[in-house]
Design a binder for this molecule. Structure first.
Ligand code: GTP
Length: 361
């Protein structure tokens, strides 16, 4: 089966992390997010993938090239202006002559694609939407199905007394190619708001494939941090958690024996963790980073080539590439874009979002 992955969104909610880096290239466990998705598809026998892009396409193409290294063949389909989720797939129509998968490019899931494909075929569906349960159904669009899984209605952000299900659209679809005839060409068009309700209205066979497999998107910084917590605590069956020592240290990294690790940490290649550093909660440090002595890092994701000065504290924060915290800095609940410098003793207000290249403190 072929797949289309939608990677052409603006990723505004992840700014300033996505100022220079497309959401698909944001690192998760120090690997570009999209690589996790592509490898998962490849494991389920998907051999050809079209990436539907509109922004910052260069970084994606330079990294993935023809896809051979990841076990797939990749096509790049570029929109002149963003066409929305369904418009983007319509734009890739020439590659799609039989049933195909569509994935929102910001979803991490353990979904069994092979079982979903089997379900789609058995039901002879025109469209199958993966569904996942949520704890708080009031803040989502819900999808009701009958006992065979056929979708009976879509409920947008319902009131408490209207709730009859807790299943939501999980951003993965299988479509027969003829449904594309209902999408206008070169027009911004949405699966969720336009195509699927239209198919339902026409009485087409639209099914929901329910699964409680691990699922999240990385649309917001909170979800991005939560994905790391989940992966390092073994919530996804695709990634074993660190051993009891709580740390995974990549090649060339050096962790001083006096460093304390209370939680789970991943240290990238050629990074150093200095004397009496405290790593707490979930900590991921990219390659070529240096953490100075007596620094404390708690629940933080730090990308590549970043320096944390001695006695600095980083808590519940994300730091992009090439940042520099001088000594005695305090960063809490904040996001730093690429190449940010925080001068010695600098303290950021919680909730700060620092644009790439700024010098603050
Ligand atoms: P925000 O600006 O933070 O809402 O992020 P986003 O632009 O990525 O939007 P959203 O999270 O709703 O998008 C879900 C998925 O669809 C992401 O993988 C996007 O890259 C993708 N996507 C959204 N709009 C388009 C589009 O117009 N074209 C293409 N090719 N992909 C899109």
């Amino acid at each position: 089966m072929k797949a289309v992955i939608l990677v052409g969104g603006k990723a505004t909610r992840l700014l300033p992390l996505t100022s220079n880096t497309p959401k698909a290239m944001v690192p998760v466990l120090n690997t570009p997010f999209l690589e996790h998705v592509i490898r998962h598809l490849s494991q389920h026998g998907v051999a050809e993938i079209t990436l539907a892009q509109s922004h910052q396409q260069q970084a994606i193409e330079s990294y993935f090239q023809d896809g051979k290294r990841f076990g797939v063949r990749l096509n790049y389909n570029i929109e002149n202006s963003p066409l929305g989720t369904a418009g983007a797939v319509k734009n890739a129509e020439k590659c799609l002559t039989e049933a195909f998968l569509v994935l929102n490019g910001d979803i991490f899931t353990d979904l069994d694609f092979s079982a979903m494909i089997e379900f789609h075929r058995q039901q002879e569906a025109k469209a199958t939407i993966a569904l996942t349960p949520v704890d708080d159904p009031t803040s989502y669009g819900l999808v009701d199905t009958n006992s065979q899984g056929r979708i009976s209605r879509f409920l947008e952000k319902p009131k408490a007394d209207e709730i009859t299900t807790n299943m939501i659209n999980a951003g993965t679809y299988i479509l027969e190619p003829d449904v594309l005839t209902h999408i206008p060409p070169e027009t911004n068009f949405s699966f969720e708001r336009e195509l699927f309700p239209f198919l339902l209205e026409r009485g087409e066979a639209v099914y929901g494939y329910s699964s409680s497999a691990y699922w999240t998107d990385i649309g917001t910084p909170q979800k991005y941090l939560q994905l790391h917590r989940d992966l390092l605590s073994g919530q996804s069956n695709r990634y074993p958690p660190p051993s009891s020592a709580g740390i995974i240290a990549n090649k060339g990294s050096r962790i001083h024996p006096t460093a304390e690790i209370e939680g789970r940490a991943l240290i990238g290649a050629n990074s150093t963790v200095g004397e009496r550093v405290k790593l707490r909660g979930t900590v991921v440090i990219g390659s070529d980073c240096a953490v100075g002595e007596e620094a404390t890092i708690e629940d933080a994701i730090i990308w590549q080539n970043t320096r944390i000065g001695s006695k600095s504290t980083v808590r519940n924060s994300i730091l992009a590439d090439n940042c520099c915290l001088e000594s005695n800095c305090v960063i809490k609940d904040s996001i730093l874009g690429d190449n940010v410098t925080v001068v010695s003793g600098g303290q950021l207000k919680p909730g700060s979002k620092i644009q790439p290249g700024e010098v603050v403190g």
